[in-house]
Design a protein around this ligand. Sequence first.
Ligand code: PLP
Length: 440
Amino acid sequence: MSNEALRQELVELDKKYYIHPTSSLQDQQANGPAIIFDKAEGVHVYDLNGKKYLEGMASLWNVNIGYGRKELAEVAKEQLEKCAYVSSFTGFSNEPAIRLAAKIAEMTPGDLNGVFFTSGGSESNDSAYKLVRHYWKVKGKPEKTKIVARKRAYHGVASGSTSATGIESFHDFTTSLAPGFVHVDPDSPDAFRKLIEEEGADTIAAFLTEPIQGAGGVNLPKEGYLQEIRKICDEHDILFIADEVINGFGRTGKMFACEHYDIVPDVLLLAKGISSGYVQLGAVVLREKLHKELIELSSGVLMHGFTYSGHPTACAVGLKNIEIMENENMVENSKVMGDLLAEKLTELQKETDIVGEVRHLGLLGAVELVKDQETGERFAEKISAKVVLAARERGLILRNVVYWEKDTIVYSPPLCMTEDNVNEFVSILKEAILEVQKSL
Ligand code: PLP
């Protein structure tokens, strides 16, 4: 069967049977899947016809070490053959989970030392909400239940994490959000202070934030914002939860984004880069004080756990992924290549008429598209989708964000990027932007 015949067959099966996550059901029926991926190596992915793309999003902000690392396949095979899966419930344990927990405790900031495993970011979020509420309950403050999150935040699609998310379209999808979530202005510590006055600190369990908002458009925190929030939390006995599902594991040029701001959260949420997407894995990390208090005060069974919490094969892959990231200085590379990429993208402000602000930290960044480079005014009909499509046709995969006033292209390529990859990225994006600019 030719590759094209295979593709045709798969398109028909896809349309008939495969319900895709976060995708338009109608588009799928009208057009079939946009790309059926076949193989991948380094920063590149290939479709069934062999067309090559630079993966400018590291897929879903997660393939941090890049594709095709045989070492991960080898440890997975070894672990699958030795002992594919065992439960971690009721006193059972396994070496990869134990060692990965110890490794995460060692590498995370401050005294973040207690590790609860999940299979992904939504599970990490929902687990954290339950754990902090349970914590306040055993501390004799069961009325401290509210989770305060920021507008524009993305925290996942489980019941709690959908409710914590501050992007309306995710709320509109469902008819009943979980109770106990409140959203504040994303930039103003004063808005949080005011909310505490209105709601009462004795009703608030935690403040939840991505240090740098990812899916909401790569929004960097205003100067001093996170430090001020940390201070307010301390003053009012409110826990600080940092969702580093995208930010963590080198994405921003440090191992964890909190390190840029010199803050230690009480709870750190991880997924994505923890395994570079090779297997499903996530974690909730608690500061030692919380962990100890839970040990002292919580009686009976911790009534929360997933079948795959501490999955030995997933944890073995996670450990090897971190080893590669450290041995090959990928975090430093994320900073160096991230700065170079942003510098070259900023030059597009001069070389095109429609590139506005470029912002980044490490290899997490965004390019704003504007009608007027002086005033920052945007086009009435947002154009970032057109640029993303034109770039894809030329072999660069990106994503756009059009919520609120935004018309933004976001990027998050693998951390193993080279200077050649940076040049390839910029030259394709420039061509795509110029093509769209001409059509306006
Ligand atoms: N938190 C953040 C900051 C995310 O960006 C995401 C996913 O993009 C999630 C949580 C949810 O993770 P998952 O899709 O693995 O459930």
